[in-house]
Design a protein around this ligand. Structure first.
Ligand code: P6P
Length: 339
């Protein structure tokens, strides 16, 4: 059968088919996922044009993280907030770009779900045309009704009911899971649809890469330095898998490569960053959910990322994510050398 007759599955069809796995589903959750896919298309359009229109460069503002906001950061954040405020599907939102929770305007109905997101991660790479991404997680609200609260947002990753990311690169891919495996969709700009490109992906058993910023090696703990030597095949009983190192400096791109090809990404704590750099709520936890759904694992070097309940919105965490055997080995070295 030639390509023309191959089953073309749009993300909308896939979401509806996933919904059928849940008899009690009302369709609101499916519509929320589709809303996110629509945001991704709008953001993708701007990122691919970034070199042509006045959307590059600094927005002249600094975000809660103390980082210079890029115009695309601000655009992506505004797109997701605007597209999800009036639908009546959400009780509250939380974004990397907003200091506090994002309330649903009073005039709009409040829904059952909570959306946490990093609207455009890796944005420092925008001006040099390196892949960047959107990361999102969806929870059920804990409060019964009325405006969502901070506690509705501060949930451990094990409570996630869906998570995913969009990677804006040579193509725009959207990866998501609702707890029934991990599925990859590629945007076909000619029709403006995300089409299924990989379903039920599993992280390959034989890892190929390790990804870490070795520029910080002098500041790592003893355990992390020993783990890295082990990965490099140095010393007695070292890893024999002969890994290559790849590091783009864009979390979504680094994670996606290791998910698809096998490997480990880690951003450990160091002497300058005792809690690491990456954020727990809207970066580490959604990716940890995806990693586990694909047969991998994610920890902070001591415990599963999904077990950690955030104490505050922008809490940072060390992150080790990818093939379970490598992530668990990191924890072993940290326990042995760092106590
Ligand atoms: P470093 C991008 O700024 C980011 O938040 C992640 O996307 C990426 O993994 C990390 O920071 C890179 O940080 O310190 O290696 O430049």
């Amino acid at each position: 059968m030639n390509d023309m007759h191959q089953k073309i599955i749009t993300i909308e069809r896939h979401i509806i088919e996933q919904e059928r796995l849940y008899p009690e589903a009302t369709g609101v959750f499916s519509s929320l996922l589709y809303d996110i896919a629509l945001c991704a298309k709008i953001i993708a359009r701007e990122t691919t044009r970034a070199g042509l229109v006045d959307i590059l460069g600094l927005a002249g503002k600094v975000n809660i993280q103390g980082e210079q906001q890029m115009k695309l950061d601000v655009f992506a954040n505004a797109t997701i907030v605007r597209m999800n405020s009036y639908t009546g599907r959400l009780a509250v939102m939380a974004s990397e770009e907003s200091p506090d929770i994002i309330a649903i305007p009073e005039e709009y109905q409040k829904g059952r779900y909570v959306l946490v997101f990093d609207p455009l991660d890796g944005s420092s790479n925008i001006d040099v045309n390196i892949s960047i991404g959107t990361i999102f997680g969806i929870y059920r609200r804990l409060t019964l009704d009325g405006p969502g609260t901070l506690d509705d947002c501060l949930q451990a990753g094990k409570n996630l009911i869906a998570a995913g990311y969009v990677i804006y690169g040579s193509s725009t891919d959207m990866v998501y899971s609702t707890g029934q495996g991990v599925h990859v969709f590629t945007l076909d700009p000619s029709v403006g649809e995300f089409l299924l490109s990989h379903s039920n992906i599993c992280i390959p058993d034989a890892p190929k890469y390790y990804s870490v910023n070795q520029g910080y090696q002098p500041y790592w703990s003893h355990g992390v330095r020993e783990f890295t030597r082990w990965l490099q095949g140095i010393g007695e009983n070292a890893y024999t898998g002969a890994l290559s190192t790849r590091y783009i400096g864009s979390l979504v791109a680094d994670f996606h490569r290791n998910l698809m090809a096998g490997g480990i990404f880690y951003y450990p704590a160091d002497a300058n960053r005792p809690d690491g750099k990456l954020r727990l709520l809207y970066e580490a936890a959604p990716l940890a959910y995806i990693a586990e759904q694909a047969g991998g694992y994610a920890s902070d070097g001591r415990q599963s990322i999904l077990d950690i309940k955030p104490g505050y919105l922008h809490q940072r965490t060390p992150l080790f994510i990818g093939n379970r055997e490598l992530v668990e080995k990191a924890a072993e070295f940290i326990a042995r050398y760092d106590g």
